[in-house]
Design a protein around this ligand. Structure first.
Ligand SMILES: Cc1ncc(COP(=O)(O)O)c(C=O)c1O
Length: 390
């Protein structure tokens, strides 16, 4: 694969481009925000979709045995987690799965814990359904972000707290939680009767030296108390195909989730998404390995560039994800000033830190899943703009 190739997404209704005006007030920004990649998918995915498109009937289509078997095999081979296909259910997306779990296991007024700074829809899936957000903020240390377990224990011991929406690997801070961290967090939840919804959408995008461990694989007890959300969408750049799934070995958790899928009529899948998932999981590993190497190169480049030219901009090396969480707080800007600076001076469309929680003040999230030349252009724009202020 030639990931250096710049592929124009103009004219494809790409969200990353089309929402520039709405988010940044102008189209004149380099869009490095929403979490998809600017790379072509692996050949097998394109071929499978073309093959299916050759048949002229696109009616309601169910998922076959091969779909579920592909998931079971992928999860085993990639994450060393042995699951049964009876524990797996398909869904149209991970965020819809989070919403269904909020509806299935909590009541309006119940409290749900999240660990900000965190993916903004985690706030929405709670607020939009009249549940109450309880924050267990991550702690930013010299060595990287850590969970505050004493605080987690304290918040979850409130009997009104019913659920933790957990992010592993964590967006935006890029942590891949270790088995000790998972065990501690999972056991605190178990002790306090708090169900864990583990969003593991970034599980496959883990860099050398780190290993993704599914929360539910840590122990049989934690498995009973966890719903795991996964998808090929981030991994293989097929978010537009709306195909995800969740895994629960606890039959009661699965039953209640399936009921929600039924009553909201969300059980019919996307035909092309199902074809893509199968070939991605069966044949996509070499492409994934290549893209991970390329992404690591982009991360090295950004880290090197910042260290050399703007050492006051801090960033922890992400252990996973194609997202970098840049800390501009030394510039002393207010939130509005930093946003304005990025758009008007640097002409960059990044995600604004405070949308990930108040802990994101002074931060911007950079998506590095673009050709190196685009990332170089972004860094040059940033440096030129910064030289105007320092
Ligand atoms: C942690 C996390 N969960 C869920 C999603 C989106 O999932 P979906 O598009 O399947 O709803 C994202 C996308 O960036 C994400 O980062």
């Amino acid at each position: 694969m030639d990931f250096n190739q710049v592929i124009s997404r103009e004219g494809t209704n790409a969200l990353k481009l089309e929402f520039r005006e709405r988010l940044f007030g102008t189209n004149n920004v380099l869009p490095l925000w929403v979490a998809d990649m600017d790379f072509a998918v692996c050949e097998e995915i394109g071929q499978a979709i073309c093959k299916r498109a050759e048949h002229p009937v696109f009616g309601y289509t169910i998922r076959d045995e091969e779909f579920y078997q592909s998931i079971v095999d992928w999860v085993k081979n990639k994450h060393d987690w042995e699951i049964s296909e009876n524990w797996v259910e398909a869904s149209p997306g991970v965020v819809p799965t989070l919403i269904l779990s909020v509806l299935a296991f909590t009541e309006p007024g119940d409290k749900i814990v999240i660990q900000p700074p965190v993916y903004p829809p985690f706030f929405d899936v709670i607020k939009d359904h009249q549940r109450v957000i309880k924050e267990n903020p991550l702690v930013n240390t010299q060595e990287g972000y850590r969970m505050d377990f004493d605080h987690l224990d304290q918040v979850t011991s409130d009997p009104d707290v019913k659920m933790l929406i957990f992010c592993n690997p964590h967006n935006p801070v890029g942590r891949v939680w270790t088995s000790e961290e998972l065990k501690t967090a999972g056991e605190i939840c178990l002790k306090n009767n708090v169900l864990v919804i583990s969003d593991e959408i970034h599980a496959d995008l883990v860099f050398s030296g780190h290993t993704h461990i599914p929360m539910a694989s840590v122990s049989p007890e934690l498995a009973e108390n966890t719903i795991t959300c996964m998808a090929p969408s981030k991994t293989f750049n097929i978010a537009g195909l709306n195909t995800a799934y969740f895994i629960a070995s606890n039959p009661e958790l699965l039953r209640r989730m399936r009921r929600k899928l039924q009553i909201y009529h969300l059980f019919i899948g996307n035909m092309f998404g199902a074809e893509a998932l199968k070939v991605a999981y069966q044949y996509g590993k070499p492409w994934l390995d290549e893209v991970l190497t390329y992404l690591e190169g982009n991360i090295d480049y950004v880290k090197g560039f910042l260290n050399k030219n703007m050492p006051e901009v801090k960033v922890h090396r992400p252990e996973a994800t194609f997202l970098m969480w840049l800390d501009f707080s030394e510039w002393g800007f207010t939130t509005a000033e930093l946003r304005k600076f990025m758009v008007e001076k640097a002409r960059l469309g990044l995600n604004d830190g405070p949308t990930f929680g108040i802990q994101g003040k002074g931060f911007q999230r950079l998506n590095i899943a673009s050709p190196r030349s685009v990332i170089e252009e972004a860094m040059e724009r940033l440096l030129n703009a910064r030289n105007l202020i320092r």
